[in-house]
Write a protein that binds this ligand. Structure first.
Ligand SMILES: [Zn+2]
Length: 269
């Protein structure tokens, strides 16, 4: 039996089991239908300028065009991402932030926050968690999007940057339990009036445990346009575009569309 058919058979057997026993595996929804949920408010938390546009720009553009309000938090400003060690990191950060703001406008984000943590040295510490919890409680998103922090070596063979892992883990730790726990950073509630916030859904991307595929057939061109705004990071834009179209095509195959982005979706309701 070809691999895809074998996977489908196992998936259907699992569905039948779940239906018969009214049992849902926590955080795992096996489906090859396009994922059509749309959060009213979504917060995207990433390490670097361009991280969100590589991974989720098609989905965010689709959601925003349907009425979602989106905000992005960029933990660093990409200030260590050049080939020349003598590069002025502040100048580089200014360039990268400007590029990310322009790209975010193409996608339709309401705003972008830069936390100005050091590029290449991002730590998932309590100070970062507090910053993220403050933003979550202010913005009150239904869903948070971040990179899957459990990936060190991706199944495609690439190494997951340590900043990506730490930003992803910081996002997970901020969503649960800190954002919803009144006694986590109590001054946020007592002094700043920021009440606890329950985020309903986490979408983790660049994952090898995808369980949700969003159709981006109508927004892949917008995604590629946003990515071209990161001009200082693009050495070979044509090759990059080809690679991204390939990723989208492969994800699209899972749900029978021309293009898709994939996520590990965790429901926290
Ligand atoms: Zn990155």
């Amino acid at each position: 039996m070809p691999r895809r058919e074998a996977y489908t058979a196992v998936t259907h057997a699992q569905h039948d089991f779940n239906r018969r026993y009214d049992y849902e595996l926590p955080g795992v929804e096996m489906s090859e239908e396009a994922h059509t949920d749309r959060p009213g408010r979504v917060l995207v938390i990433v390490a670097h300028p361009d991280d969100a546009d590589f991974g989720v720009a098609g989905t965010i553009a689709r959601w925003v065009r349907a009425g979602t309000v989106a905000r992005m938090v960029c933990c660093t400003s990409g200030d260590a991402g050049a080939d020349d060690a003598a590069t002025d990191p502040l100048e580089l950060a200014r360039t990268r932030e400007a590029e990310q703001r322009t790209a975010a406008a193409v996608i339709g984000y309401e705003s972008v926050d830069f936390l100005h943590r050091p590029d290449g040295a991002l730590e998932n510490d309590l100070a970062l968690r507090e910053q993220l919890v403050r933003i979550i409680r202010q913005f009150r998103p239904d869903a948070v999007v971040a990179m899957d922090p459990t990936i060190v070596i991706h199944e495609e063979g690439f190494i997951q940057h340590v900043d990506h892992r730490n930003a992803g883990m910081a996002a997970v730790d901020a969503v649960y339990p800190a954002a919803r726990n009144a006694m986590a950073f109590p001054h946020l509630a007592l002094d700043e009036g920021l009440e606890p916030c329950n985020v309903d859904v986490l979408y983790l991307y660049f994952t090898d445990r995808a369980n949700a595929w969003v159709d981006i057939t109508d927004t892949i061109e917008v995604k590629l346009r946003a990515l071209r705004e990161h001009a200082s990071q693009l050495r070979k834009p044509d090759e990059l575009e080809h690679m991204l179209r390939e990723w989208a095509r492969k994800d699209g195959e899972r749900i029978g569309t021309q293009a898709a982005e994939s996520f590990r979706r965790i429901s926290l309701r």
